[in-house]
Write a new protein. Structure first.
Lengths: 390, 211
């Protein structure tokens, strides 16, 4: 049905890779049992082995040991567990202060807000106009009451990469736990917990051509954390519920299918798109950092027009992209990321995010650039804004 | 699943009628702003004898429903007298478009307000209006009927979200019967500030929530 669609919203969801599906299939139809304890029946032992192996394969890519990685239902649950779980463990013992940034994705931002409603204090670090957090502000914000710093690895909209090594070192030096949401960075940029002093890392399969409904959380050995869902004793007694073994196997397969060569190919397409849009469409600007950004993300604001109209016109021409416009968001609010880096509403409403994935082809770039030029010209003709500049 | 827009909306979105400016317009108005996400400019040519709108054009910065409503109101208003055109309501515009999704009604109200503001602009320019209306509690209530509750696509007065209105020394205070973390709380707050903040006698607009 959508074989001719040019899909550039891979940060939202990705097409499943057939090889991932093939790897998952046996765990739906053949080894379909739960993972039993080591004294269980054979089919349950095989399921256990598959789960442990998937865990070990993903942990290896993170530079972690297998017992430091637990599976969850996705990045939303992982970040909820990281933040609320640490708050449960340390809120009484150490303090009730958390540090984050105003441009985090909603799982982090809304988990922190939920804790604020329960009496926790939060500091939202200053970010510069490219979206990078102010490290001096971080240093001076940490108090003896601070229990956690949560700063993303890469931004979901503008793709800006944070210096998580420097952030981790500051946290380590001050004795504060550090969580990073790496949902959009994992496998596309290097992240090794042996090199980066980070205690908790959120990852998910849905951004890397894996299945939806499976994600994970790296938890460094010895990190004080309590479970937030109550139930059985699965996942080292941190995440109860029947294990999603097909999902876990699919996630591990998806992780291993990402190669540096592929990421370089996506970056080449991204670079060409960005360069053509900025050079050939007047009144545009790049959102996010020009260098420190995700290799497969471009985010451009088109002045004088509103993103939902642009998105609809592109949809009618067979392209799928995303926008920071209020009309497009479920809460009718403009992108908190663009506003958070000091952009005005017009820049947020006119922002478009392009994210590349495995199934994009070189020629997609020129096709969408031509379509955008046409649509932007038409919408600017209709718009009351920007006329005096011509 | 198809888009929640009717065929008529999509047709007007693709091919909006009467787009552009009238350089020697007899009246014009701009409603909304980039900050609120939608903006409509309306230009009128009016026959001074008959008060009939002989030409009308619009410009839109906004989403599909904003562009489509701008387009349809120009069609509805053309050839009508100012008095007749004043009575065009967003319900009528919405009906002519084959209906709008509840969360998008806000954008169509703006286009209708643009038409009314342009007519008012004509009346002011041609000495057809009395004094400027002061901002009273009643006036605020009337304006709030143009702020939509995106959950149902009806205004916040009709859906009983307005708990309190207070006007004192140029400060307008509106209390909405909603928790402050409701998913549309910020959107409605911005809309109210936008509708009242630019009034000649309003210094400040405060929107509060019950929880």
């Amino acid at each position: 049905m959508y074989e001719n669609l040019i899909y550039l919203d891979n940060a939202a969801a990705t097409r499943l890779d057939e090889r991932v599906l093939e790897a998952m299939k046996p765990y739906f139809f053949d080894v379909y049992a739960v993972a039993t304890s080591q004294f269980g029946y054979s089919i349950g032992l095989d399921a256990r082995e598959a789960l442990d192996s998937a865990r070990a394969r993903i942990a290896a890519v993170l530079g972690a040991s297998p017992d430091e990685f637990i599976f969850t239902s996705g990045d939303t649950e992982s970040s909820n567990l990281a933040i609320k779980g640490v708050a449960l463990a340390l809120g009484e013992k150490k303090g009730r202060h958390i540090i984050t940034s105003p441009i985090e994705d909603f799982p982090v931002l809304h988990s922190v807000r939920a804790l604020e409603r329960q009496g926790f204090q939060a500091t939202y670090l200053r970010v510069d106009e490219t979206g990078r957090v102010d490290l001096d502000h971080l240093r001076e914000s940490i108090t003896p009451e601070t229990i956690l710093v949560s700063i993303q690895t890469a931004n979901q909209e503008i793709g800006t990469l944070q210096d998580i090594k420097a952030i981790g070192e500051i946290c380590r030096e001050k004795g504060v736990l550090f969580h990073t949401d790496a949902t959009h960075a994992f496998t596309r940029v290097p992240l090794d917990v042996r090199e980066i002093p980070v205690d908790l890392v959120t990852v998910s399969a849905h951004t890397i051509h894996g299945p939806r409904g499976i994600g994970g959380l790296y938890i460094r050995k010895g990190t004080p954390i309590r479970k937030v869902l109550d139930g059985g004793f699965q996942e080292f007694d941190l995440r109860p519920g029947v294990e999603n073994i097909p999902g876990a196997v699919g996630f591990a397969t998806a992780v291993e299918l990402v190669t540096p060569e592929e990421t370089a190919r996506l970056q080449k397409m991204r670079d060409r798109l960005q360069e053509r849009l900025l050079n050939e469409v007047p009144h545009t600007r790049l959102n996010g950092h020009p260098v420190h950004r995700l290799p497969h993300n471009a985010n451009v604001s088109f002045r004088f027009i509103e993103g939902e109209s642009l998105l609809l016109h592109l949809d009618m021409r067979g392209f799928a992209v995303s926008t920071g416009s209020a009309c497009f968001s479920r809460s009718l609010e403009a992108s908190h990321v663009i506003l958070g880096i000091g952009g005005d509403h017009e820049r947020a409403h006119g922002s478009v995010r392009f994210t590349f994935g495995r199934y994009n082809k070189e020629e997609d770039v020129d096709q969408i650039v031509e379509a955008i030029k046409e649509v932007v010209r038409e919408l600017r003709r209709i718009s009351p804004l920007g006329k005096e500049k011509e | 699943m198809p888009l929640p827009y009717s065929e008529i909306v999509m047709e007007h979105f693709r091919n909006p009628r009467n787009v552009g400016r009238i350089e020697d317009a007899d009246a014009k108005a701009i409603e909304g702003s980039p900050a609120c996400g939608d903006m409509v400019a309306v230009y009128l040519k009016v026959d001074p004898e008959t008060q009939v709108i002989t030409d009308i054009k619009f410009e839109s910065y906004g989403c599909a429903s904003n562009i489509a409503t701008g387009s349809i109101i120009t069609e509805l208003a053309k050839g009508k007298t100012l008095e007749e055109a004043k009575k065009i309501s967003w319900e009528e515009a919405s009906k002519a478009l084959g209906g709008l999704p509840p969360v998008k009604v806000h954008c169509s109200v703006l286009a209708v307000d643009g038409l009314r503001a342009a007519i008012q602009n004509y009346e002011e320019r041609h000495g057809l209006v009395k004094e400027r209306e002061p901002t009273t509690v009643e006036f605020v209530r009337k304006r709030l009927k143009h702020v939509m509750n995106p959950v149902v696509g009806l205004d916040i007065v009709r859906t009983k979200l307005v708990k309190e209105i207070e006007v004192q020394d140029g400060v307008v205070r509106v209390v909405l019967d909603l928790p402050s973390d409701h998913m549309f709380a910020s959107a409605m707050k911005e809309d109210i500030e936008e509708k009242l903040g630019h009034r000649w006698d309003v210094k400040q607009v405060i929107v509060e929530f019950t929880e």
